[in-house]
Design a protein around this ligand. Structure first.
Ligand SMILES: *[C@@H]1O[C@H](CO)[C@@H](O)[C@H](O)[C@H]1NC(C)=O
Ligand SMILES: *[C@@H]1O[C@H](CO)[C@@H](O)[C@H](O)[C@H]1NC(C)=O
Ligand SMILES: *[C@@H]1O[C@H](CO)[C@@H](O)[C@H](O)[C@H]1NC(C)=O
Length: 377
């Protein structure tokens, strides 16, 4: 492994281990388990063995800055949730559902799939992805395995109450659905307002279904500036400025997601906590964090916006916000992850609290009626 590490990678990797040691000095993670739902921004390899028309990234130069090389992560290094996983003190990344062979599912599973949306038809015109509903179905399989490991569904429930649930999804419902009127009907059928409402309703049903199988602490990142990706800018030929119309349409979703967070925090007040990650940092922030290229991809891209296999990417990767035409690079992910975890310097970035505070929240545990009955009899 050592000999594969290129000299210019040593600095970020040292940074990684220092950070990681600091957080897990007592060897114990801040939550016992983390379950991840989402799309390519969080995928850790679930698409690698899907049909060939599924979005894939398990080839060079993806993973050029990742210790294991190309794994199916859609970036050069760690994803945002990988870094959050480390900040939470986990010793290993959360394994993808597609490859839980030999891993400890009690620490969590990653169900995220590149191309996936909240709606089942999202991405279907191009290929196959594991939609949110199917990700939930996979989670039920894992929950029953956990129940058999722990000795019953009540014990599993009690355990699952302590986990963190990260659900970052919705971008593809725009990028690979609503924004492609030539391939999908949705923009004919729904106004932007109705479409966002419809997505939030379906997301809400899925979150309640998760609640029924034990989820209590939820992290819900918003979509942020979808119109500022190199792909959006290239497609719309806006030459160096964001596609504001797309930002505006996606922000309707984000505001409704914020209302949903409020709604659930009321509805489930003592029993559950939901937080929204805004995912927008003012574009002026980019320069102050050392990003000099905010609208061009680091790697040479194909027609679908992914890196071309085996082509050489830029070498100053820390200066690029974007790795390919839609996915940020590790440097940007690091900024988003650390700010999501501790947002004390960016008030409003995490609402109503950041991940660090979320994991400290006391929540009412499920009352276990069966054991109460048996102990009083
Ligand atoms: C399962 O894990 C073992 C031990 O890490 C490894 O040798 C094997 O190749 C893995 N199998 C698959 C299908 O990944
Ligand atoms: C997210 O943050 C941006 C920048 O501070 C702000 O303009 C926007 O209203 C926020 N969005 C939500 C949903 O809170
Ligand atoms: C917040 O800003 C202060 C002062 O610039 C800095 O020392 C600190 O590390 C920052 N905290 C985080 C969590 O970024």
């Amino acid at each position: 492994m050592e000999s594969m590490i290129k000299p210019w990678l040593v600095f970020p990797i040292l940074l990684l281990s220092a950070n990681y040691l600091q957080q897990s000095v007592n060897g114990k993670s801040q939550v016992p388990c983390l379950f991840i739902f989402g799309d390519s921004l969080s995928d850790g390899g679930n698409n690698n063995n899907l049909p060939a028309n599924s979005p894939r990234s398990n080839y060079n130069p993806y993973g050029i800055d990742f210790p294991m090389g190309p794994t199916g992560r859609f970036t050069n290094g760690r994803t945002t949730i990988d870094i959050i996983t480390q900040l939470l003190g986990f010793e290993k990344f959360i394994p993808p559902f597609a490859n839980i062979n030999g891993s400890d599912i009690l620490k969590g599973v990653n169900y995220a799939s590149g191309g996936a949306g909240i709606r089942m038809e999202t991405y279907s015109a191009k290929g196959y992805a594991i939609s949110l509903g199917l990700q939930l179905r996979n989670h039920r399989v894992i929950v029953s395995q956990i129940a058999s490991q722990l000795g019953g569904i009540d014990k599993a429930q009690e355990y699952l109450n302590k986990c963190l649930y990260y659900v970052h999804i919705g971008s593809n419902d725009y990028i690979n659905n609503y924004f492609l009127p030539q391939l999908y009907l949705s923009s004919n059928v729904y106004s932007p307002e109705q479409y966002a409402e419809n997505l939030i309703e379906e997301l809400s049903l899925n979150l309640q279904a998760l609640h029924e199988i034990g989820a209590r602490k939820y992290v819900l990142p918003g979509l942020g500036l979808l119109g500022c990706t190199p792909s959006a800018i290239l497609t719309h030929e806006t030459y160096g400025s964001c596609v504001e119309e797309q930002n505006d349409i996606a922000s309707i979703f984000d505001f409704k997601l914020k209302s949903l967070v409020d709604h659930f925090n009321n509805k489930f007040s003592a029993d559950s906590k939901f937080i929204l990650i805004n995912n927008t940092l003012q574009s002026t922030a980019e320069h102050s964090y050392g990003f000099s290229v905010s609208m061009a991809p680091c790697c040479p891209i194909s027609a679908v916006g992914l890196c071309i296999r085996d082509e050489r990417p830029c070498s100053n990767r820390r200066e690029y916000v974007f790795w390919d035409a839609v996915h940020p690079g590790e440097a940007w992910n690091l900024l988003i992850a650390t700010t999501s975890y501790d947002s004390s310097n960016h008030s409003g970035f995490a609402y109503p609290m950041d991940i660090k505070h979320l994991v400290e929240q006391e929540i009412e545990m499920e009352l276990d009626f069966t054991s109460q009955l048996s102990s009083s009899s």
